[in-house]
Write a protein that binds this ligand. Structure first.
Ligand code: BJW
Length: 280
């Protein structure tokens, strides 16, 4: 009994601490006009899409380097497509969660609001976000390996693996950025510009290890933005974040949303980046 009560108290204290942090974050956010969010696989975890590097990570079963490289595709396109076909099937059956929905709603609450995502699952757009930069591509798009034509392909499961171009018969590949490949330079440039002009940057559900996405929060911080990280685990970014909200995106973002709405409209002057009062 004593243990149960003690853990209750600890639980309540933890919740109170979270609420207090959420209120502080709402102050920061409420005063901002330009907000940018960087998301990773963690934001889709509560929708049922496995992350890459967590305990449930895809690459526990399938080695990343076996599947997500141009060399792997050259060696065995059917294997790589089987992996994507499986993921497309899984993604087609899931829905955006509360985290995606809050971010979609926030697009209407700030003068400038953008989501930069490393995810290829399309769940931000499905939740209603319109200003989304998909840095690593889109799992529903294919690219002809000969003509480079990019097309939407919603077929799931795929009739033919590996699929071929309807125009020229060459092999199609997923329109996704694999290891060792460059990101779309225009898109990346836009992402860096957004980070360089934002007052607040939220970094949600990413392990912050894959470049160049992992550099974006540093660019934002350099330009004076307040960096808020949301993740159940600490990451290489955590020591550099101004505020770290430890927890799941689908819980923390609605908590922040409630705190923001309880606070009412902000003055919009923009938060100032004091040298991190709290880290981690
Ligand atoms: C929750 C949660 C919940 C759980 N709520 N959170 C040496 C140094 C620097 C760079 C390099 C280097 N060697 C090579 C490179 C470059 C390489 C790189 O960064 N490698 C590192 C791994 C070292 N990068 C590239 O190759 C990029 N291209 C490039 O840089 O070109 C120039 C160049 C080339 C070569 C050498 C040098 C320069 C391209 C990167 C493309 C990444 N593509 C992938 C695969 C796409 C396949 C697909 O999706 O189908 O994109 S990799 C994979 O990682 C995927 C993801 O978008 C990306 C990021 O992962 P993410 O989103 O962070 O997921 P996880 O699983 O890692 O983390 C999930 C997080 O969520 C965890 O923190 C959890 O705690 C958390 N979480 N539940 C909130 N409920």
């Amino acid at each position: 009994m004593i243990f149960a009560r003690e853990s209750d108290i600890l639980g309540n204290e933890f919740e109170a601490m979270k609420d207090e942090k959420a209120a502080r974050l709402a102050d920061v956010l409420g005063g901002a006009e330009r907000v940018v969010v960087l998301t990773g696989a963690g934001i889709s975890a509560e929708s049922g899409v496995p992350t890459f590097r967590g305990p449930e990570g895809l690459w526990r079963q399938y080695r990343a380097e076996t599947l997500a490289t141009p060399e792997a595709f050259e060696r065995d396109p059917a294997l790589v497509w089987q992996w994507y076909d499986w993921r497309r099937g899984l993604i087609s059956r899931v829905e955006p969660n509360a985290g995606h929905r809050v971010l979609a709603e926030w697009e209407n609450m700030f003068q400038s609001f953008a989501v930069i995502t490393q995810n290829v699952d399309g769940l931000h757009r499905k939740a209603g976000s319109r200003n989304v930069l998909e840095l690593h591509g889109d799992i529903w798009m294919t690219r002809c390996t000969r003509e480079k034509t990019v097309r939407q392909n919603l077929e799931s499961p795929l009739q033919k693996i590996p699929p071929v171009c309807p125009d020229c018969g060459a092999l199609l590949r997923p329109h996704i950025v694999w290891f060792g490949e460059s990101l779309d330079p225009e898109l990346l440039d836009r992402a860096f510009r957004l980070c360089g002009t934002s007052q607040v940057m939220l970094v949600v559900g990413t392990s912050s290890v894959v470049q160049p996405a992992a550099t974006l929060p540093f660019a934002a911080a350099e330009a004076g933005a307040v960096i808020i990280e949301i993740n159940p685990e600490r990451t290489p970014l955590t020591p550099h974040a101004d505020l770290f909200m430890q927890g799941k995106a689908g819980e923390i973002l609605p908590l922040l949303d409630r705190a923001l709405k309880a606070k009412g409209p902000g003055e919009g002057g923009g938060p100032r980046r004091e040298k991190p009062s709290e880290k981690g």
